[in-house]
Design a protein around this ligand. Structure first.
Ligand code: NAD
Length: 263
């Protein structure tokens, strides 16, 4: 699977701004766009992808099923709602947004849809070992990617090791922690940034990308969009990586870990 390491997230971008933001992101060089049924902006994301002037095969578009589907047919129908809204010939990656019951049926539906070519790849989000293990017992195609909360303050080391053993790519949602925990003014991150003439946001994203984790930061501000993709021209030293590793609290900012591991 050839998935770009840096993508553009669209959570909480209002419908009226989505087409502009996604087009701007693509103009600035983003090639991966992440949306979801739940973000209520799949249609506008589809317009931007169709009309941006970049060849479809150069873009990687992913969305997520969020309605709980108890039957294969319900999941097929739910997929087609996204597909009809986005009006693309195919979707690059379809994820189950989170485990909420009916995962096996939903997965069967995604496998069927992948076989007919409407979706190229299938994966999951917020699946922790319990649910991951359950799902993988009965699949024909293993999920190729797991999108999970991951940032400098919640580095998800055990989970990343688990996914590496399962040969599954990790993609970080909220790679900037949604700006919480004073990430942009953190002294360690800022100091490391000054040594490279980079901002705290760039260091926080670089830290993940340098470990092979895909990131999908969101912004409606073109300066920030530009900043967030401009992270491939510097390398954090091992000493800098270790300083950032030491910022890990081991906790989700939503208090999710214990629940999540029980999923
Ligand atoms: P994020 O970590 O990308 O942070 C976004 C916040 O940081 C916004 O307030 C933005 O204005 C600000 N920001 C962005 N770049 C900045 C910069 N350079 N300098 C200063 N401020 C900056 O949070 P997010 O959008 O919630 O997460 C990223 C994406 O992950 C989402 O848009 C969505 O696509 C996905 N996501 C998925 C799930 C899931 O359950 N699968 C959950 C949350 C988010």
């Amino acid at each position: 699977m050839n998935i770009p390491l840096i993508g553009f997230g669209t959570y909480d971008i209002p419908r009226k701004n989505t087409e502009r933001c996604v087009r701007q992101a693509i103009e600035l060089g983003y090639r991966l766009i992440d949306t979801a049924q739940m973000y209520n902006n799949e249609a506008e994301t589809g317009v931007a992808v169709r009309e941006c002037g970049i060849k479809r095969e150069e873009l990687f578009v992913q969305t997520k099923l969020s309605s709980p589907c108890r039957t294969v047919q319900a999941a097929v129908d739910s997929f087609h709602q996204s597909f009809d809204r986005m009006k693309l010939d195919y979707i690059d990656l379809m994820l189950i947004h989170w485990p909420q019951g009916g995962e096996t049926e939903t997965w069967k539906a995604l496998e069927q849809i992948q076989r007919v070519g409407l979706v190229k790849h299938i994966g999951v989000s917020n699946f922790y070992p319990g649910k991951w293990g359950e799902l993988c017992q009965s699949v024909n195609v293993k999920p190729c990617l797991n999108q999970i909360e991951c940032n400098v303050f919640y580095q998800q080391r055990p989970m990343r090791e688990y996914m590496a053993k399962a040969d599954c790519m990790v993609q970080a949602w909220q790679p900037l922690g949604e700006g919480a925990r004073k990430i942009f003014s953190n002294e360690t991150i800022r100091e490391i940034g000054s040594a490279h003439r980079k901002t705290a946001a760039q260091v926080a994203l670089r830290f993940l990308v340098q470990q092979g984790i895909s990131v999908i930061p969101r912004s409606q501000n073109p300066e920030h969009m530009k900043e967030n993709i401009d992270i491939l021209d510097f390398v954090l030293t091992e000493d800098e990586m270790n300083k950032i590793r030491a910022l890990d609290t081991g906790h989700s900012q939503y208090g999710w870990p214990s629940d999540a591991w029980r999923y």
